[in-house]
Unconditional design. Structure first.
Length: 84
């Protein structure tokens, strides 16, 4: 799903006013940026998570780079100590 800047801002803005952030925050952020719910579920349950410590870290290979996802160029997404 392609999102414009305004749509992303509207989805992310409510997240900035929280008192605290837990591990679920990274998944909510990915959803706000347009990642599919199925991709996030697979990342959360570990089938796409390539981090060494899946309890504290979240990592995914072949993450489409912002702005060039249609070109097939992919990168690497990593969130260390996500919410811990």
């Amino acid at each position: 799903m392609k999102l414009n800047l305004k749509a992303v801002e509207e989805r992310v803005a409510p997240m900035g006013s929280r008192e605290a952030y837990d591990r679920e925050f990274i998944f909510e952020l990915l959803l706000a940026y347009g990642r599919s719910q199925s991709n996030i579920t697979r990342l959360r349950n570990g089938s796409l998570n390539v981090a060494e410590d899946k309890t504290h870290d979240v990592a995914q290979k072949n993450w489409p780079a912002a702005g060039i996802s249609d070109s097939g160029i992919s990168g690497f997404f990593y969130a260390a100590n996500a919410g811990c």
